[in-house]
Design a protein around this ligand. Structure first.
Ligand code: C2E
Ligand code: MG
Ligand code: MG
Ligand code: MG
Length: 289
């Protein structure tokens, strides 16, 4: 009994820790409680085929339904979740929730789409990652080709190619997230068994006004095509940006222009329509049909 007690973490409030450390500790406790209390949700943001403008996929993005603060985006807590490795159970929850949700939509007769889940380095480098993914597919009944995993370049460097080969062998779609912001070394890219590149929003944001951003996007698209990868642009907020990227033969578009991340009840309306565009631009889709 005594030994057990002596191993308990000792929590003493030390003023020298400062206000920031105090806030951090409160958030840490709050995060752990939130996971146990099922306060996390997934919002889904459409990915649209640039040519047909139809919804072909969605990215699942974590939201926290905080009892006092309302619906919270990841910016304020995802880094801490990473630091304390809570991202491992949280990420596994997101993976499973996305698989079950996608299967539910399919069973309801909606057009099948690929749902993409973000994977953190801590998850990706774990020995049991492939098993965890396989279990999410088995338990939900979702076919592997409707699951996409988004992994940043930094996270990819921490894992092994064997894991990528195993996941791809299962039929899962693999995408490099935030491409261009990390370790974009082209010789490393050519050996990576991945299917898609997501051009980071920072290269997309000013594409209409800044010709050098357009040149970078074009270069990334060319590299991806020559390596037989598909290209997705993220952070597309207006029609002009969409049109430029379509002109550059980008395959898929994601961004506020095509739809914001939405909770399942609203996202299902988009799925029923089949496309996600502002009302005034819907004639473009009609004309293409
Ligand atoms: P990300 O994976 O790069 O996701 C794209 C982010 O860009 C999302 O932010 C999305 O809401 C936002 N976004 C989409 N379109 C636009 C646009 O047109 N303009 C602008 N300004 N932003 C746009 P969100 O939902 O706040 O997520 C932020 C990051 O949190 C994600 O970046 C991802 O790194 C991380 N994250 C979210 N969910 C998960 C998860 O389940 N697991 C892990 N490991 N990370 C996650
Ligand atoms: Mg992502
Ligand atoms: Mg991204
Ligand atoms: Mg990001």
């Amino acid at each position: 009994h005594e030994a057990k007690e002596s191993r308990m973490p000792i929590r003493v409030f030390s003023p020298h820790l400062g206000a920031a450390a105090g806030r951090r500790r409160v958030l840490e406790t709050d995060l752990r409680r939130a996971l146990a209390n099922h306060e996390f949700l997934l919002a889904y943001q459409p990915k649209v085929d640039a040519g047909s403008r139809r919804i072909v996929g969605a990215e699942a993005l974590i939201r926290w339904q905080h009892p006092e603060k309302g619906l919270l985006s990841p910016a304020g807590y995802i880094h801490l979740a990473e630091e304390i490795q809570l991202i491992v159970p949280l990420g596994e929850w997101a993976l499973r929730a996305a698989c079950f949700q996608n299967k539910l939509w399919q069973d309801a007769g909606l057009p099948p789409i690929q749902v993409a889940v973000n994977v953190s380095a801590h998850q990706f480098k774990r020995e049991d990652f492939v098993e965890t993914v396989q279990r999410a597919l088995d338990d939900s009944g979702l076919e592997a080709r409707y699951l996409e995993l988004e992994i940043t370049e930094g996270a990819l460097l921490q894992g092994s190619h064997d894991v990528l080969h195993a996941l791809r062998g299962m039929g899962i779609v693999l995408a490099i997230d935030d491409f261009g912001t990390g370790y974009s070394n082209l010789s490393y890219l050519k050996d990576l068994p991945v299917d898609k590149l997501k051009i980071d929003q920072s290269f997309i944001r000013d594409i209409v006004r800044d010709p050098s951003d357009a040149a970078v996007a074009q270069a990334i698209i060319n590299v991806a095509k020559s390596l037989r990868m598909k290209v997705v642009a993220e952070g597309v907020e207006d029609r002009q940006t969409f049109d430029i990227l379509e002109g550059l033969h980008c395959d898929e578009i994601q961004g506020y222009y095509c739809g914001r991340p939405q909770l399942p009840d609203e996202f299902i309306q988009l799925l029923r329509q089949g496309f996600a565009m502002p009302e005034e631009d819907i004639h473009i889709i009609r004309a293409k049909e």
